[in-house]
Design a protein around this ligand. Structure first.
Ligand SMILES: Cc1cc2nc3c(=O)[nH]c(=O)nc-3n(C[C@H](O)[C@H](O)[C@H](O)COP(=O)(O)OP(=O)(O)OC[C@H]3O[C@@H](n4cnc5c(N)ncnc54)[C@H](O)[C@@H]3O)c2cc1C
Length: 304
């Protein structure tokens, strides 16, 4: 099968090459802003370099990928927010099938079969997709190939009939170490009564040299924190060495995002909270009593 791969993130694009190689020859689409990393690309059959388009041009990308896709059976994209957005738009244009958050791909009896999490991570769905198929692949499931020099073909950008006018671009403030790369994470939930109280979690993260993440309600509903720190099936999936979950119930949509963590400590007043099923160490206690003591003790140990 012929596979076309693209991701806004070059790190994920390299993973997509490996995912695509499970199915056939991979052509990697790269945009002008990605050209600087062209030498890192291994294992693809060819690179399609579009110097006339940047990866921020989502409307243009729909047009570009849909135009190229006629020559391919499968389009692979990354399961980040912009990648998932492209899946729907490109599949609609192609009239093909689609699947998001896929963790494995194979060809069985000439049919494309994918696996992906379902029911908030409680089960794996095995699905057979018709072709052409547009698929987003979960981050971290495939290692970038280390060998195989691709050929490079320059392609031109299509003319795009624009329906969106970009008025202004503002850079988002950076949130320090990205959560998915952090070794120590303090994850906060609705057990915190007000935004100001989160300083208890930041102080603990500071003394441990970690970062703070949150459940979806804190980031998406209450807007106490940036979207980038929202952990879970619809947010970031994390894999720290140490995760301290404070005042979060551990509902399955959150739990699916922390299952690769090595050591999980949970702090919750409710001894029946589901988070304790995932925890290696559980503290049934009010976070307002526990966190100041824990942080003080850790400071003492570090200071001494
Ligand atoms: C389609 C869909 C996708 C979703 N995706 C995500 C996702 O990606 N990530 C995500 O997080 N959620 C997601 N959700 C929401 C999810 O179902 C839960 O509602 C959410 O995770 C609960 O957040 P929480 O644990 O902060 O709040 P709650 O469930 O309200 O839990 C708060 C916890 O704090 C404890 N507590 C209260 N006071 C204290 C105290 N003083 N000290 C200690 N503990 C205390 C309580 O006992 C309770 O267990 C999704 C939902 C849907 C429908």
């Amino acid at each position: 099968m012929k596979v076309l791969a693209f991701s806004h993130s070059m790190d994920l694009a390299l993973e997509l090459i490996s995912a695509g190689r499970e199915l056939g020859d991979v052509s990697l689409l790269m945009t002008s802003d990605q050209e600087g990393r062209i030498n890192e690309v291994k294992g693809a059959k060819e690179i399609l370099l579009c110097k006339g388009m940047g990866s921020g041009d989502q409307e243009g990308l729909v047009e570009l990928i849909s135009g190229l896709a006629d020559d391919y059976e499968i389009v692979l994209l990354a399961s980040d927010r912009r990648g998932r957005e492209l899946v729907g738009q490109v599949a609609h244009r192609l009239g093909g099938s689609s699947a998001v958050d896929v963790s494995s791909l194979s060809v069985e009896d000439g049919k494309l079969v994918v696996e992906r999490m379902t029911f908030g991570g409680k089960a794996i769905a095995v699905e057979e997709l018709g072709l052409p198929a547009v698929i987003s692949v979960q981050k971290g499931k495939f290692k970038p190939p280390e060998e195989g020099e691709p050929s490079v073909r320059e392609i031109s950008a299509p003319s795009v009939e624009r329906r969106i006018e970009i008025i202004e671009r503002k850079e988002k403030p950076k949130v320090g170490v990205p959560l998915d790369k952090a070794e120590i994470v303090v994850a906060v939930g609705r057990g915190f009564r007000k935004k100001e109280d989160l300083k208890l979690a930041y102080e603990l993260a500071d003394v441990l040299g970690g970062v703070v993440g949150a459940t979806r309600p804190l980031a998406a509903d209450l807007k106490w924190m940036e979207e980038e720190v929202w952990i879970g099936i619809s947010g970031v999936r994390i894999a720290p060495k140490l995760l301290i979950v404070v005042g979060a119930s551990g509902q399955q949509q959150f739990a699916a995002g922390i299952m690769d963590s090595k050591v999980v400590v949970a702090v919750n007043t409710d001894s029946k909270a589901p988070i304790f099923e995932q925890a290696d160490y559980g503290v049934v206690m009010d976070l307002y009593e526990f966190l100041p003591v824990l942080t003080r003790k850790l400071k003492e140990i570090k200071g001494g």
